[in-house]
Design a protein around this ligand. Structure first.
Ligand code: ATP
Ligand code: ZN
Length: 286
């Protein structure tokens, strides 16, 4: 098989570093892409294109790149013929409605007849239609948050993560149009060879994602509490139990998922576990 898979990632911006890191965590070396359009991985048949995020859905639809990493916000706004393959857990943000800090907004009906500035006209139009509200949409490509201050709009719909940009511009977030994260997308007509490569890459991506959501836990337990402690641990199969040099004690190793983590740690302590070590997992293959 000598075909290569090509992936489009953002050239610079909020998705760039996490996209490159994901590939690195998958064991794929990406040489520095700054000021380059294209590079190749040494150790996986992958070409990497660096593009503006807005252009990625089109390039993937056209098959210039086989796959791409883009925010769901861009994917849904551009509405191209591409397939979403896997949410990636980074680039999390909200596409939100914001109005002046002193404005009232009880529901989307407050937008009736208003002027809304946004870079996401398609998603805003859909949102307004769903809420049966009619408003004027003003499409602007950057610095949407200054539009109300200069009298260009009454409200905006823009991406928000912490809300500090809104705050600095005298605005407040009042409604969420879409919750978004980065997603892997693919062209609809990949060859069988390319699909095989994509499967190999996806296997790695899923292992990295799983590892991030789990921690490896090691602890010491007095043997008379062992059964109770083991019953608290989920583990991939059952936990590993090894005798300690000190008689009457064992070392217990297991895997705990991030969302159960603090609960279980508290219960383990209460059950008599000591010397609890929590270690990040690099890859998790199941
Ligand atoms: P480009 O030059 O590639 O067009 P851009 O200015 O459109 O860059 P960025 O601001 O780098 O894009 O954002 C890229 C993506 O990162 C967004 O489309 C979104 O999916 C995600 N993102 C995550 N958090 C935020 C945020 N707080 N503000 C904007 N985008 C965010
Ligand atoms: Zn962009």
């Amino acid at each position: 098989m000598d075909q290569k898979l090509s992936i489009a990632i953002q050239k610079s911006g909020r998705l760039y570093e996490d996209s490159v890191k994901l590939l690195k965590d998958c064991g794929i070396d990406v040489k520095n892409g700054i000021n380059k359009l294209k590079t190749e991985a040494d150790n996986f048949p992958l070409e990497i294109y660096f593009l503006r995020d807005d252009d990625i859905p089109q390039y993937v639809e056209d098959g210039v790149a086989d796959i791409g990493i883009v925010g769901e916000n861009v994917l849904l706004e551009k509405d191209k013929q591409v397939l979403p393959v896997e949410p990636l857990g980074f680039g999390k943000c909200r596409l939100s409605v914001a109005v002046g800090r002193k404005e009232e907004y009880a529901s989307p009906a407050a937008l009736q007849g208003k002027r809304i500035a946004t870079s996401y006209p398609v998603l805003v139009k859909k949102f307004l239609a769903e809420k049966a509200v009619s408003a004027e949409i003003h499409e602007i490509s950057g610095s949407v948050e200054i539009a109300p201050g200069i009298g260009l709009a009454d409200a905006i719909v823009d991406l928000v993560s912490s809300g500090s940009t809104l705050f600095m511009n005298g605005l407040k977030e009042v409604d969420v149009v879409l919750r978004s994260q980065a997603v892997l997308i693919r062209n609809t007509r990949l060859t069988a060879d390319k699909l095989t490569l994509l499967d190999r890459l996806l296997f790695r991506i899923r292992s990295v994602k799983k590892a991030k959501n789990n921690k490896y836990v090691l602890l010491n337990a007095p043997n008379d509490k062992l059964q109770q402690i083991i019953s608290l641990l989920p583990g991939m199969k059952s936990p590993t139990v090894l005798p300690l040099a000190e008689p009457g004690w064992s070392s217990v190793h297991s895997v705990i998922s991030e969302d159960q983590f603090w609960d279980i740690i508290e219960q383990l302590k209460a059950a008599g576990a000591q010397g609890i070590l929590v270690v990040p997992i690099e890859k998790m293959i199941i």
